[in-house]
Design a protein around this ligand. Structure first.
Ligand code: UDP
Ligand code: MG
Length: 143
């Protein structure tokens, strides 16, 4: 089924000049960029985006990280897009993410290091987890 999903190149990806390389990974897999914008996310947007995480101990660090610089939000479209984009993105902890994934190949952080330093895991890119999340997140970021 043709689906749409959201990725967000996080501030670490933008700062490291990896935005185009990251987006190209998804395009190389046959996904199409249908919308794209660069912005600075504020606390209100992030609280809605990460509503499932606001009560968690890492949330404040996550909000600080995600608002620390520009992000690039991208809507991708293609067959089975939600699951395929998650697969290309890789596991949350870059030190555990499979080779061949964005986080596994380009990520330089780990959960262990982030926890020790009391901050969020810097893992380059967000990708919607389910079709329902994707619908909600695309509306939130692109209205
Ligand atoms: N995160 C974190 N510490 C944790 C778990 C998550 O800093 O222990 C951050 C990390 O940046 C992650 C985001 O919160 O990408 C959202 O967490 P989730 O479990 O939804 O991971 P994702 O879906 O991004 O792989
Ligand atoms: Mg998630």
């Amino acid at each position: 089924m043709i689906e749409r999903t959201l990725i967000i190149v996080k501030p670490d990806g933008v700062r490291r000049n990896l935005t185009e390389e990251i987006i190209r990974r998804y395009e190389d897999a046959g996904l199409k960029v249908v919308k794209r914008k660069t912005l600075k996310a504020d606390a209100n947007l992030l609280r809605q985006h990460y509503s499932a995480h606001v009560q968690k101990p890492f949330y404040k660090g996550l909000e600080n990280f995600m608002s620390s610089g520009s992000v690039v939000a991208v809507v991708l479209e293609g067959d089975d897009a939600v699951a395929r984009v998650r697969k290309i993105t890789g596991a949350t902890d870059p030190s555990k993410a499979e080779k061949g994934t964005v986080r596994g190949d380009m990520g330089i952080d780990s959960l262990e290091k982030a926890d020790k330093e009391g901050r969020a895991i810097e893992n380059l890119v967000h990708a919607s987890g389910t079709i329902e999340e994707a619908d909600k997140e695309i509306k939130l970021w692109f209205g």
